[in-house]
Design a protein around this ligand. Sequence first.
Ligand code: FES
Length: 124
Amino acid sequence: MDSAVYHAGHRFNLDYGYAMKDEPYFKHHVFFCINERDDGRACCADRGAKAAQEHAKRRLKTLDLNGPGKIRVNKAGCLDRCEEGPVLVVYPEGTWYTYVDEQDIDEIVDVHLVGGKIVERLKI
Ligand code: FES
């Protein structure tokens, strides 16, 4: 028996006791910490996080991979891994990365977001 309901053109799975949409709104959601501090403590903003986030957005747009059903890149406040920063996290996997430059961001895009494989050398 099909335990699904349909609404607004989407199929919702009821197997979990509540309506769960089969497909996530975004295939991947990427959060870049861009937190900035002025008290001398480590923060991602001091390590190039804003430029890296903007680079990721530009690259995904160039590849036509941004938007609903695809990939969303967002700014985030402190993600509480400051000493390991700059950091970003990819959902739904919950994979955390650090990075140094645009080449690292490109590798995360190409290998993880497009290729579906973890970039082990950047994983934290
Ligand atoms: S400042 Fe980036 S994780 Fe805390």
